[in-house]
Design a protein around this ligand. Structure first.
Ligand code: DGJ
Length: 546
């Protein structure tokens, strides 16, 4: 290998967080993923690039497809890859390539024609009636070899053209894998494996981590007596189909990733089409969602079977954004959200993902659809967060940073006296530094205030959200929207807390640049700090008196 240097993108463990390092510095992805077909044409992308820049992205997620890079077996065409890297550099963006290889959304629609049409060489998965599905079986050695060869060639090429520049910082291997329409593959090749003993590595992991296993996996294993040998059905009972598929999909994807890493070892991940929770009963049968995909209850199986995959990333389109993050964000699995909604909620979710979960990246899907980026609230959030990256990265994993979003799960926690009115509000109280932070969501507050001051202007496009860092025990950096922040003594009673000063400003490359000093009406004369619908960054110092 040539052209590799110390700045090569990699993941590094700090105290309580794992971070993405690029050019020797922690990098947080403020991203966006384009639609599936956009990056198949450089011309089509031309007007998209400036829009991505106006949105404040630092990284764009772009599909690279097997059908277009290897249209004939053994003949590779990288003009698109080169063009995309070149444009990204010109616009100052980093790139994550999405390898649409054997599977995209559980279907083999991105395989080249010479693969699709050769059923004999690249057999399809089958359902229980023996009908062929629109997906190549993950038990096909020929498919694995062909995909690995193509991916390896792609990674070699990326290393050759970008190994010294690090425009490409990560690669997603395949897209939302699993099998749809059947809980498992009944192709005769698959049947053979299904009747073989569960691999020892997996049994060994279950045994060694019995107490830590997610409740679903523990339950299906223990229900069969916690067996330490046996074929899949014997060990996992009615849950066997999904575990079996997860193991073999993960092994396949891992081999593809290993082939790529042998040429250029940058971080590689898989994305998940979500399924039922690992922690509480939820409806959903494998096959209705891709069976064997990296859903949260299969996380451990994937981690054991796919050591070359650095992380498993949830695509979150569900309303319960936080519960999905809770299941995926683990120290051995730093949180990257490669796909999520691109509406105004995205502008709030990003604070939560980075502050609460030490997220390494956030990326709404279909980003090229945002026609007026300057007007989109995501641009406001990204613009502020961009300069804060060094600061956020410094505090992730230290316990001195929080993130939150009102996703509907917060109740009425306290009553607030403000503007001479008393209001019961939704929000929460959290200890950070030497104080308790009382966060009140703005909606109820303003509605009540309108009874006293009809017509009080208030627009809330984005859900309340924020990210707060205690840079000292009495000094805080807060950024966010639609909430009111107050400080309370730790025990709630024994002293008063007063705001000494509040400065508004921005961070430029991690350095604080001060703007307004807020006081008087803007802080209730030192009692609170209010964050409107347009996000702002404030540095706040407080003290106590009795
Ligand atoms: C999830 C997939 O991963 C994306 O490529 C895209 O197909 C979206 N679904 C569409 O909503």
């Amino acid at each position: 290998m040539t052209n590799l240097d110390e700045g090569i993108p990699h993941l590094r463990r700090f105290d309580g967080a794992k971070q993405l390092m690029v050019d020797g510095k922690p990098f947080i992805i403020l991203g966006g993923e384009v639609h599936n077909s956009s990056s198949s044409s450089l011309e089509y992308m031309e007007p998209v690039w400036p829009r991505l820049v106006s949105l404040g992205l630092n990284t764009v997620l772009l599909p690279v497809t097997w059908e277009l890079i290897e249209p004939e077996e053994g003949w590779f065409d990288f003009h698109l890859v080169d063009g995309l890297i070149d444009r990204a550099r010109r616009y100052g963006l980093k790139v994550i390539f999405l390898w649409f290889g054997t599977w995209k959304n559980a279907i083999s629609s991105y395989t080249p024609e010479w693969v699709k049409t050769d059923f004999r060489r690249f057999p399809r998965a089958q359902d229980s009636m023996g009908r062929g599905l629109d997906s190549i079986t993950c038990f096909s050695r020929n498919a694995l070899e062909a995909d690995s060869r193509a991916f390896k060639t792609l990674m070699r090429h990326i290393r050759e053209v970008d190994g010294g520049k690090h425009t490409v910082i990560m690669v997603q291997v395949e897209n939302e894998v699993g099998i749809l329409g059947s809980s498992r593959d009944y192709n005769p090749l698959a049947e053979e494996y299904f009747n073989q003993p569960v691999p020892e590595e997996l049994i060994e992991y279950l045994r060694a981590n019995e107490e830590k296993l997610n409740p679903y996996l523990r339950c299906i294993w223990k229900r069969e007596g916690g067996r330490t040998s046996g074929v899949w059905r014997e060990v996992f009972g009615s849950g066997a189909d999904e575990v079996f598929m997860a193991w073999y999909f993960a092994r396949y994807v891992d081999s593809v990733a290993a082939a790529g890493k042998s040429e250029y070892p940058i971080p590689m991940y898989v994305n998940a089409w979500l399924g039922p929770s690992a922690y509480m009963y939820e409806d959903g049968r494998p096959g209705d969602y891709p069976s064997g995909g990296p859903i949260s209850r299969m996380l451990e199986v994937w981690r054991v079977a796919a050591p070359n995959i650095d992380l498993i990333a949830p695509d979150i389109y569900r309303e319960d954004f936080s519960s999905v993050c809770d299941e995926y964000a683990r120290l051995d699995n730093p949180l990257l959200i490669p796909e999520t909604v691109r509406d105004e909620r995205s502008a709030s979710y990003v604070f939560h993902a980075l502050g609460r979960y030490n997220g390494i990246g956030f990326s709404p899907f279909g980003i090229d659809d945002i026609a007026e980026p300057e007007k989109h609230p995501l641009a406001d959030s990204y613009r502020l967060l961009l300069g804060m990256i060094p600061l956020i990265a410094r505090y992730q994993g230290t316990g001195r940073i929080i993130g939150f979003v009102d996703d509907g799960s917060y109740g009425y926690t306290h009553t607030l006296s403000i503007w001479r009115i008393r209001v019961r509000v939704r929000g929460f109280i959290y200890r950070l530094g030497d104080y308790q932070l009382q966060i009140s969501f703005a909606k109820e507050l303003v509605e009540k205030a309108r009874m006293v001051w009809p017509g009080l202007p208030y627009e809330a496009r984005t859900p309340p959200a924020g990210l707060i860092i205690a840079i000292d025990d009495d000094t805080y950096i807060a950024v966010g929207v639609n909430f009111l922040l107050r400080f309370l003594p730790l025990d709630g009673f024994s002293s008063n807390v007063e705001i000494l000063w509040v400065d508004e400003g921005v961070f430029r490359d991690g350095k604080w640049v001060r703007d307004r000093r807020l006081n008087g009406d803007e802080t209730g004369h030192g009692s609170w700090v209010y964050f409107e619908d347009k996000p702002k960054i404030r540095m706040i110092k407080v003290h106590r008196y009795t």
